[in-house]
Design a protein around this ligand. Structure first.
Ligand code: UDP
Length: 370
């Protein structure tokens, strides 16, 4: 009899499995995929660790989370500084003095602040949606060129129908700092995320190609408790209706040249370009292999966003009012489910970053000990 059956070998499941094992518990991890690491899975192609389920850049302010992960990986010094391409015009992200200079020709922080102040006046009172929030943060010009198209492609919804908090993730700075994240610690695990998760799961029994929902009676009987990290609505057979997710599709291409765009991420912020961004994976590791040699080829992924439908991979929960209310109903059902813990982006229907996922798994395990 196992103490825990962990459904999902992604980040949440692997962290929980490690902590439980280290505390002397007997753990079995299962995953319906043939690979571990969930959506942070990376795979080596042409000597490059390709982020198969989209770009993952680890960043955190939480020292405990950082120290924990550093036991299983060495992080490199990668700093995310994406570039926005609006119809061939390039802008620095996140919004900073380089962006404001290119947009308006302003040179000093005071000039930039004045320009933003002048443009944000059109929003009266508390911003009610993403559009109002964006204009109130950076003004209409930046909203129109760098936010509107990208956001509507990514979410498939009008900016007026999206919650303001999504855009609050993005920093606005009156300095020349292109670092996308305001985090104390940042980097990519050397050798890829898959290796990090494999290290975390060392010595723990893992069964791949095992779909919990297809055989739940037998699997559940194996353990005292289940940690379920799949979609919460699927667990309950969609009995209250389906939660909406955004899915992402990638078109990958290997190119016989050393560089395609000279940066890990370029966001296409106009409405017409069908993809949201292009990731050039080698730049997560500075274009070098593990011995420090330049790589002759490059792998790029064009990212297309779409509404999730059965059979697709769910990526992003849609945290609008309608889905929030439905999730609340599922959460009540989940609470009543004896000996099952629901965790992670899908289990909790939350737009978790990786560090928050680790933190949530740690917190959950700490509560188990009480
Ligand atoms: N965003 C934008 N323009 C950009 C990048 C981001 O308008 O060039 C907005 C967009 O609304 C997006 C949100 O900021 O949904 C968060 O973007 P982030 O890149 O943090 O999301 P993720 O990497 O999780 O997809």
């Amino acid at each position: 009899m196992y103490d825990y059956l962990i459904v999902g070998a992604g980040l949440y499941g692997a962290v929980f499995a490690r902590l439980a094992t280290d505390a002397g518990k007997k753990v079995l991890v299962i995953d319906k995929r043939s690979t571990v690491a969930g959506n942070i899975y990376t795979e080596k192609q042409e000597g490059i660790n390709v982020h198969i389920y989209g770009a993952h850049i680890f960043h955190t302010n939480n020292k405990e989370v950082w120290d924990f992960l550093n036991r299983y990986a060495t992080f490199n010094r990668f700093t995310n500084s994406p570039v926005a391409n609006y119809k061939g015009e390039l802008y620095s992200l996140p919004f900073n003095m380089y962006t404001f200079n290119k947009m308006w020709g302003v040179v000093t922080p005071e000039e930039a602040a004045a320009k933003i102040e002048e443009q944000r006046k059109e929003i009266k009172g508390e911003p009610k949606n993403l559009e109002e929030q964006a204009i109130s943060l950076v003004g209409r010009d930046i909203y129109e060129k760098l936010i509107k198209g990208y956001t509507e492609k990514q979410w498939g919804r009008d900016c007026k129908d999206l919650p303001a908090f999504i855009i609050k993730r993005l920093p606005v700075r009156l300095t020349f700092d292109n670092n996308y994240f305001n985090a104390l610690f940042q980097g990519i695990p050397v050798g890829g995320y898959t290796k990090m998760i494999e290290n975390m799961l060392k010595g723990i029994e893992v069964r791949l190609n095992t779909d919990y929902l297809k055989d739940r009676e037998n699997l559940k009987a194996l353990a005292k408790k289940v940690v379920y990290t799949g979609p919460v609505d699927a667990y309950f057979d969609y009995s209250l209706g389906t939660l909406e997710y955004r899915s992402v599709r990638f078109e990958n291409e290997t190119l016989d040249k050393p560089s395609f765009q000279g940066n890990a991420a370029v966001n296409y912020t106009d409405r017409e370009t069908p993809w949201t961004r292009i990731i050039e994976h080698k730049w997560f590791e500075f274009g070098k292999d593990e011995n420090g040699n330049d790589l002759p080829k490059t792998v790029i992924s064009r990212e297309y966003s779409s509404e999730w439908k059965p059979g697709d991979e769910p990526y992003y929960p849609v945290n609008d009012a309608k889905n929030g209310a439905l999730y609340e109903e599922y959460r009540k059902l989940a609470e009543k489910e004896n000996n099952v813990i629901f965790g992670g982006r899908l289990g909790e229907y939350k737009y978790y970053d990786m560090d928050k996922t680790v933190e949530a798994a740690m917190d959950k395990f700490k509560k188990e000990g009480r």
